[in-house]
Design a protein around this ligand. Structure first.
Ligand code: PLP
Length: 459
């Protein structure tokens, strides 16, 4: 049998990429004069590009996805074995890996019982939105159809997901958006809207959600969709006092709580799921990136039986969830997810994320002592951010070109970090760190040393 082979002449690949690939989130004009970067191999936290340069990846595949690190042969083998035996059948029928992974997953999520398979985080979120809309029509006569989302949160790239998007720069060109999505204020203590801090700020932020509910009319609100820790909006860990009030408000007004774990799931924040830090009981949990660590495209919308039962009524022809996702029937996704979950368990990566997260925060705090440009550091587990300001007293955000220059300087040093580059006034500029959960102290020290150098050179 012929083995899998690809062109290996770097110039040929670079030219094919330059001529035909439209990269995500990238302005292509500079590629007229500089080469696009092509990644060819990964092992652990390390990547090698087509020119042979080695990089430490401190953002797990750029978008916080490769939780178990690169080069896991057993995941590749599981996918190959499964798809060779049975690659696909649309989700109307079950498959062995889909049933097995659903059982393993729900065992980690007490109170949640049902797994709806899809392909991307955006899609998983849309499944939950559609379930809320259908519940509204069937059980509330079309009332309770509105979905609340939070300023600075992000739930995906499709038009409905962007309609629930709290990052205005991402939405800027793509309106008009879907009706029935209503924004509530963020809960970033560093940018406290009224100067309150700590638990008082947490309770105040939750109160602002209740204010919106009362203004809209509680009988119009079906769900509240939140990231447990806001990711791309600047690594926002809600303060004490926030989540208990949020849960209470949802119960008080019979509002379904949808937690978007697309980033925070699978150990990223030092617990299996981000919401598990806060003792809350969601009705929907959506997840994508860490489900199979990027080895296969798979996402899940996990619900409680309470939600599931609302779709079971065989006296009503239209009561079932009238939805499909073709590639939610791929078997490679759950096969990869099973091995991914076993690796996280066997190597105790959730605990490593918590312990190494503490180390990372310690090193960032030293960096903050050294550089007054760092106004705030935030994070949980191997998920951290350092917000850059022009002035610590006024908290005026630094010009985004400096954030980009620091990220580029690190890249030149062979260290890949992330950065939020917000052109919308008032948006913070934050350096982002989310390496694979196998990261060691030594890896993290190398990353922080590169950032230290970069800040020294750029600012
Ligand atoms: N939800 C959150 C919190 C995200 O950060 C993202 C993507 O970064 C998404 C949803 C969308 O996921 P996807 O890009 O897989 O559609």
């Amino acid at each position: 049998m012929d083995s899998y082979s690809l062109p290996n002449d770097p110039e040929q690949v670079i030219e094919a990429d330059r001529a035909h690939v439209w990269h995500h989130l990238v302005q292509h004009k500079p590629f007229e004069t500089i080469d696009p970067r092509i990644i060819v191999e990964g092992k652990g936290l390390r990547l090698w590009d087509i020119k042979g340069k080695e990089h430490i990846d401190a953002v797990a595949g750029g978008v916080w996805t490769v939780n178990v690190g690169y080069g896991r042969e057993r995941i590749g083998k599981a996918i190959a074995d499964q798809v060779t035996k049975m690659c696909f059948f649309g989700g109307t029928m079950g498959t062995i890996p889909a049933a097995t992974f659903a059982e393993m997953l729900t065992a980690k999520m007490p109170g949640l019982d049902r797994v709806y398979y899809a392909n991307s985080g955006s899609e998983a979120n849309e499944k939950a939105f559609k379930m809320v809309r259908q519940i509204s029509q069937k059980h509330y006569g079309g009332k309770k159809h509105k979905i609340l989302y939070r300023d600075r949160d992000y739930h995906g790239t499709t038009i409905a997901a962007l309609s629930a998007g709290g990052q205005d720069d991402r939405n800027a060109h793509y309106g008009p958006f879907a009706p029935g999505f209503v924004r509530v204020p963020h809960c970033l203590e560093y940018r406290s809207q009224d100067g309150s801090t700590g638990e008082a700020y947490g309770e105040k932020s939750a109160q602002m959600i209740e204010d919106v509910i009362l203004a809209e009319g509680p009988d119009t609100i079906g769900a509240l969709c939140l990231e447990p820790i806001t990711a791309g909006g600047g690594i926002i860990v809600p303060p004490e006092g926030y989540w208990p009030r949020v849960q209470e408000i949802c119960r008080k007004y019979d509002i379904l709580l949808h937690i978007d774990e697309v980033v925070c799931g699978f150990g990223r924040t030092g617990t299996w799921f981000g919401y598990q830090h806060f003792g809350i009981e969601p009705d929907f949990v959506t997840m994508a990136k860490g489900v199979a660590s990027g080895y296969a495209a798979i996402s899940c919308c996990v619900t409680s039986n309470r939600v599931f039962e609302m779709f079971k009524d065989d006296t009503d022809k239209m009561s079932y969830f009238r939805d499909i996702s073709t590639f939610g029937g791929c078997t490679g996704g759950p096969a990869a997810a099973i091995e991914n979950m076993k690796i996280i368990e066997e190597e105790d990566l959730v605990a490593n994320s918590a312990a190494m997260g503490d180390h990372l925060m310690g090193r960032l705090s030293e960096l903050m002592d050294k550089h007054a440009w760092i106004g705030d550091i935030r994070g949980k587990g191997l998920f951290a951010g350092a917000e850059l300001v022009r002035d610590r007293d006024t908290k005026e955000p630094i010009d985004e070109k400096y954030t980009a220059a620091i990220v580029a300087d690190c890249m030149a040093q062979g260290v890949i970090i992330g950065g939020t580059n917000r052109s919308v006034p008032g948006f913070n500029n934050t350096l982002l760190f989310a390496p694979a959960l196998i990261a060691t102290k030594d890896d993290l020290d190398q990353v922080v040393a590169a950032v230290d150098k970069a800040i020294g050179r750029v600012l």
